[in-house]
Design a binder for this molecule. Structure first.
Ligand code: AMP
Length: 431
């Protein structure tokens, strides 16, 4: 008997879970599902990777299947609002698999694709509508979607909505929802804006908090490679050539950076694709599809595009550029070690990124071991501005006197603290 059987879910749902190979509810599922089945509001502090999609989807499907009613044209009974197209598709896919065999209809609405099929489906009315804010408001203003019959509202990744500038849109959507409803709000972090929204939106909510540190960070084999910026491409290539590196997600801070990494790899005949906000929906889906199927080994992504990417077999996450926001680090490395698997996260840190590394370590409350065995450890490639200011023409390609790429450290241990790097940097031994 699986632990799921102790939850009061319909036999068809239990069967779907068994078919998916889920045996035990994840902590967020175990803590949320009983309250949600009772119709309570929920504040879930959790990121993707914790099993939160099933945590909210299963009780929703259960409720709809047990209380079947004919949905009016243009209406839906449940609205799940989520920031990205990828996340929306993924949620819809999950709901379809959990509700197999039940008379529960689901559809997804997002921008970047034609409206006609979405309008056609909405004409029938649908039980569960998964949507991104922009297209939803668009179709609402044209009268194709009406929110007056919503019984359950899920606001997913509220903090990311804020980051992506969707907050006003989210508020416009909320204003159109009926007063009486069950509301679920999920957010990985709780900035003040989100916590005031939660206060105004939720009625006596149950609060479930799943800290990313406990769920993912400790399971991941993390390391930092201290490397000069100019040596990052060569270091990346040498890591990608390692046998154990089978499926890799590479992160950059910017869209431009992601494109640059792909171009550099392609020059060395290494196939890779980038996903970010400037790519068309088709290009993103194609790249993600090939990556998911295993055809494409390397995917390069920015934080926003990668949020919610759920590819179970990612063996390595490489932070080609460290994020300036420590929470993004946790989200990024959480793309590996999905659903209980183990994973490896390698961060590249050039001297200018040491401040980001410090913030990350403070945030995750642990020191990330430094790998001193890679061939580009601490090798200078480019002068550090504080010691040798760049010429006025930005991005000088100035090479340092040390072009030999020889390791400068002779420290015997494989990994150690990066304190010595800070010290050496201060003394000017490492550039
Ligand atoms: P999510 O946080 O919803 O993105 O889920 C993360 C991953 O965990 C997805 O691949 C789910 O399919 C998987 N998952 C969710 N719940 C369970 C469970 N109880 N047992 C095993 N895998 C799960």
């Amino acid at each position: 008997m699986s632990d799921f059987e102790s939850l009061d879910l319909l036999p068809s749902i239990q069967k779907a879970l068994r078919n998916k190979g889920y045996t035990t509810p994840t902590p967020i599922q175990a803590q949320s599902i009983p309250h949600l089945l009772e119709g309570k509001d929920l504040l879930g502090i959790a990121q993707t990777g914790t099993g939160k999609t099933a945590a909210f989807s299963l009780p929703i499907i259960n409720h709809l299947a047990k209380n079947s009613v004919k949905v009016k044209s243009s209406h839906a009974r449940v609205l799940i609002l989520t920031p990205t197209r990828e996340l929306a598709s993924q949620i819809e896919e999950n709901i379809r698999s959990y509700s197999r065999g039940l008379r529960v209809s689901t559809t997804v609405v997002f921008g970047g694709v034609g409206k006609s099929p979405q309008i056609k489906t909405m004409k029938q009315g649908v039980d569960i509508l998964v949507a991104t804010p922009g297209r939803l408001l668009d179709l609402m203003s044209e009268g194709y979607i009406k929110l007056g019959d919503i019984e359950i509202f899920v606001l997913d990744e509220a903090d990311r909505m804020l980051d992506m500038g969707f907050f006003r849109d989210v508020k416009k959507v909320i204003a159109k929802l009926p007063k009486k409803k069950q509301t679920l709000l999920f957010s990985a972090t709780m900035p003040d804006t989100i916590s005031s929204l939660a206060t105004s939106l939720l009625v006596n909510p149950k609060k479930v908090e799943i800290t990313p540190q406990a769920t993912t960070v400790e399971k991941i084999d993390q390391s930092i490679n201290l490397v000069a910026k100019s040596n990052k491409p060569a270091l990346l290539k040498s890591i990608l050539a390692r046998e154990e590196v089978k499926s890799v997600l590479i992160f950059t801070r910017t869209k431009h950076g992601a494109n640059r990494v792909v171009t550099q790899l392609e020059k060395s005949s290494i196939q890779a694709a980038a996903i970010h906000g400037n790519k068309s929906q088709n290009a993103r889906e194609k790249a993600l599809g090939s990556f998911r199927s295993g055809k494409l080994k390397i995917l390069v992504a920015t934080d926003i595009a990668a949020r919610g990417i759920d590819v179970p077999h990612v063996t390595h996450v490489i932070n080609y550029e460290l994020p300036n926001d420590p929470e993004s680090y946790v989200h990024r490395i959480g793309r590996t070690a999905r659903a209980g698997r183990e994973g490896v996260a390698i961060g590249f840190c050039d001297p200018e990124e040491l401040k980001f590394l410090k913030d990350i370590e403070r945030f995750i409350k642990m020191k990330i071991p430094v790998d001193v065995n890679h061939e580009f450890h601490g090798v200078a490639g480019k002068p550090v501005p504080s010691r040798a200011p760049r010429p006025a023409g930005r991005n000088s390609r100035g090479k340092s006197p040390n072009k030999s790429n020889e390791p400068q450290s002779t420290t015997p241990e494989k990994k150690h603290s990066h304190k010595h790097f800070f010290r050496k940097k201060k003394k000017g031994l490492v550039k």
